[in-house]
Design a protein around this ligand. Structure first.
Ligand code: CO
Length: 211
């Protein structure tokens, strides 16, 4: 693709939007009040708005390698805090995807330089669920399952965050959902995680509710 194509595409996109609503960008510039925070993988095949059918202004987005929520990552902490405290999003979605290169790397350890520390938490997910994963004979099924378990663990990491808990206890929101995008079919799959129930058995470890 020629680099200039992108700017031609942009001009076409502007014309399309203005043809439907001449005030489109005037309205867009007034502010945002999305109900969703989407945390997904940086993978170029997994486009957030497109696969959800959402428009500009409807979803706050953070993407990183293998959709991880790492407590010392200043970037994601700022995104989540802004989304919860200021945008007051109702839903936080962690969306993994099958055929995820980051998850695959965690299944096949090798020295990847700068990526080593980033992938470490994925290896931790593998260790936490080692028994279940090793019981799966088919390599690809094991890979798929680690994608799903990673989503579950990252949802759990969101609940561990102090300001998320504060909001949770005060308003009941944000609700936390785990999804997987199947790049093989285009289907978005809700893993049906019940995070409040999932949190219950580990509440005594992570609950930060003031006593
Ligand atoms: Co990925």
């Amino acid at each position: 693709m020629d680099f200039s194509t992108i700017f031609e595409n942009n001009e076409k996109w502007i014309a399309e939007k203005l043809a439907v609503d001449p005030d489109y960008f005037k309205q867009l510039s007034k502010g945002q009040s999305p109900e969703f925070l989407y945390i997904g993988c940086s993978d170029s095949r997994v486009t957030a708005e497109d696969l959800m059918g959402l428009q500009p202004g409807e979803v706050f987005i953070h993407r990183n390698v293998a959709n991880q929520v790492i407590p010392t990552d200043n970037n994601i902490n700022a995104v989540i805090q802004y989304a919860v405290e200021h945008l007051k999003v109702k839903y936080i979605i962690v969306c993994g995807h099958y055929e995820c290169g980051g998850v695959k790397a965690a299944l096949h350890p090798s020295d990847m330089g700068q990526l080593n520390s980033w992938l470490q938490t994925l290896r931790d997910v593998r260790r936490l669920h080692r028994e279940e994963l090793e019981a799966i004979e088919d390599d690809h099924a094991r890979f798929d399952r680690l994608v799903e378990l990673n989503v579950r663990e990252q949802c759990m990491n969101i609940i561990k965050i102090d300001h998320v808990q504060r909001s949770w206890y005060k308003t009941g929101f944000p609700k936390i959902h785990g999804w997987v995008f199947d790049v093989r079919t285009g289907k978005l799959i809700d893993l049906g995680l019940k995070m409040e129930q999932e949190f219950a058995p580990i509440r005594e470890i992570y609950d930060l509710k003031p006593v």
